[in-house]
Each structure stands twice: as C-alpha cells, then as structure tokens.
Design a protein around this ligand. Sequence first.
Ligand code: AMP
Length: 464
Amino acid sequence: MPFKSLGLNPKLVQGVLAMGYGDPTPIQLRAIPVVLEGRDLIGSAQTGTGKTAAFALPVLQRLLKPVAKGPRVLVLEPTRELAAQVETAFRDLGRFTEFRAAVVHGGVGYGRQREALRNGTDVIIATVGRLMDFIQEGAIDLRNIEVLILDEVDRMLDMGFIRDVKRIAELCPKSRQTLFFSATVPPEIEAVAKFALKDPARIVIGRTQSVNESVKHAMFPVIYDQKFELLIALLEKEDFQSVIIFSRTKHGADKIARRLKNENHSVAVLHANRSQGQRTTALEGFKNGRYEIMVATDIAARGIDVSGVSHVINYDVPENPEDYVHRIGRTGRAMSVGDAYMLAVPEEGGDCHDIERFIGARIPQLKLDGFAYENGKMPVVDTSRPFKNPMRSKKGQAQGRQGGGGGGRQGGRPGGRSQGPGNRPAQGKGGGKQAGRGNPRGGSSRSGPASAPAKASSRLRRGR
Ligand code: AMP
C-alpha cells in the first residue's frame, strides 16, 4: 500500500517522496491511520523501524490546520542525538508544509533555545532535563499541547527520567492525544502507559515472543468460518518477526494475501503462477525485511531457506504429512524454525493424526486467549484416527485430481502433490464454504474448506 493510500495530505506524500521512501514500513502502515484517527497509541518498535515518520507524518497533518496558540506538539526523547534526529525528520518530511519546530536539549547553551521558544513554535522536541529547566523558568507553557509523544520510553526509564516524564504529562491537557513508543513494555513501563494514555491502540513490530514460550509448534482448532479471523487474532497477539503462511492452493494464497494487505500487513506472495521476476522480488523483499509476511504454496516455498523465519503458520493443514515437515524446516526436524502453528478445522482430525504420526509427536491444541470463538467454545480436533479417504483407490485419486470441485488427496505420496486445477478449492459460491460447514471429505474433494480463506485482515514490515 503506498503512502498516499494512508490518508495523508498530498504535501506530506510529496515530502515522503522527496525523502526517497518507497512504501510505508510496517509501523507506518499500522500507526499512521490510528494516529490520524486521534487515538492514543502504544507502539512497541525500535529505532530503525521507521517509527519517527510513523508519528511525525500524522502529527504534521494535524498542524496543517492552523490554530492560534502553540506549542501544539511535544516530543520527548531520551538523548540529545535522538532529539536532533527527530527534529531533522520533522523538517524533512514537512518540507512542503509550514510549521515551526524548536529542539530543546542539554549539552549546549540555553540562549538560542530560549529565543526559539520565545519566537513561538508548533512542535517542541525535547530531552527531559532541559525541558524541565525551561518549564521551571516559565519559558514553556504546555497548556495547548494537543499531542504528546513519549519516544523510547524504555530508555527514559533506564536513564531515571520516568518521574519527570509523568510530571510533564500532567502539565499537558487531559484531552491531548498521547503516542507512546517503547521497544519493550515491561510492567514498570505499562504502569507509565496506564498513567498517561487513554484506551490506546497497541502495535507491536519486530519482536519475537510466543503466546506460550514453551510451545514450539501448536495447533489452533477453529471452525472453517472463523479461520481467517483467527489468523488475524493470532497475528495481533503474537510478536512476529517474519512469518510464512502456507496455503494449499495458489488461489488461496492470493486471497489470504489480499485480505492481509487490506489490514495493512506488508505481504509478499510466492506461488507457481507468479513470474520469476515477481517471485524473486517477493523473496528478496521477505528476506531483507521489506515484507513481514510471505504467503506461499508448498511447491513455491521449497526454495526458501526458512531458517531465519520466526514463525510458520499453516493456514491449511497440509495434505501430506511430509509437507508439514517441509513447511517447517525441510530438514525433517519439525522444530527447526521458531514457532509453527497450524489452523485446523475439526474435519481435519485424520490429517492431523497422520502428521503427528509422521513427526512422532503430538501437536498441542491451543485456545487463543481473547478470541471470540463461535458459541463461546474452541472446537476440538480429534486426532485419534487416521485419515480415511473412501476414494483412495487409484480411480478415486485420479477422479479427485481431475474433479472440478476440489482437490484429490494424493495418498501421502512424497512429492506427489500438484498445484494443478484438480487441487484448486471450489472457490466462492457453494463448493469451498459449504464443504467447510459440512463434510469436507464429501466425494473426492477435500481441499475446499481448508483452502479457502475466510475473513479479512492485517500488518507490517521492517523499515531500514
Ligand atoms: P527510524 O526508525 O524512524 O529511526 O527510521 C530509520 C530509518 O528508516 C531512517 O533513516 C528513515 O529515514 C528511514 N525510513 C523511514 N521510513 C522509511 C520508509 N518508508 N522507507 C524507507 N526508509 C524509511
């Protein structure tokens, strides 16, 4: 999604282009709309993710509407280098707009900074100690602050500034918008956030942390109709660094990617219908952090070195147990990537049984906390019995692969998978969705329910 689709004023888009930025980084994609809306925000993101522009651009947009009194925006930074850097970013990004900014930090004389404050300013970018000095001498009035930005709060905590930060927040109007950035949010920082923010949106970028640290691979049982919602909830809940989402079909991969993009995730797609150029760009972008998520089919993903991938999500339970292993690491060791999750509908219990037998381990079934399961209950995937395909005779398999409505199971033959039309789910009307509600093994078709993604969703990319 380009910058201009984020709701930014053309003058700011022009500023972004002048900076040479291509697409927004993940934090920008997710934070800019939230900040434009006027909501408070907690962003867990480090320097290097593009977070300065994520708050500067929407704040500059607010400044386009002139009001008589200032200063209107206060940015607190832990160090003078950061304060100077953020001031430069404001000036660079806002070069086609009119606003006044003053930077206030220690290590230099007071005179010029005092003069800048006296001349009037819209934005103050400050370190805590010097700002407190100016507040005490009455050179700064914070009563008209509309947006308070607390940047690198974890560093401010380490440096012993938290009490002053709280005092400064108290001096700003209660009706202000507060944007809070911290690479991590341990309990002390959470307490500051609670003190300073109202109903904040939370955005987490680029950190790895599991739902349950002890779980390396897990299954999330879900009914077909809630599958996509659960994927989104999982992406929101977890701090993913880089994720490969596996879809059984090319069409399914495209659909998942489209919906994720709609939710402001940065997504690359890899499947056999894409040109070599598109595939190379997708892979490179994924490897260098431009895209946070890669949606891929099994065959296309074979060339990927997944060792650097933090998470694999099997959106569809793979048809063959071998594919599960390929998806996870291609080494035969099912745990060679960070965490591996599988969304499984109850009808896929037999497939899950086969996978568990193949890898010699049970896959724990997890409930996603806070997810609104239909009827309030997580479904159960019964993995006690192997998959039985009534059409498993040779004739049946052939019919399955060629049948118009769905994909035929290929009897677990290694390398026997095909991305041909026979494996395509019955799209849209009838086929896929209905099959998902009923018996997905009906006839020779079984890829329908698992392959067709349900609802829409979300986020990121690591900016450099
Ligand atoms: P920050 O995390 O704000 O310190 O930004 C890190 C670096 O990424 C800075 O040099 C920015 O100029 C650069 N940057 C920010 N946003 C983008 C973007 N959308 N595309 C490319 N570079 C960016």
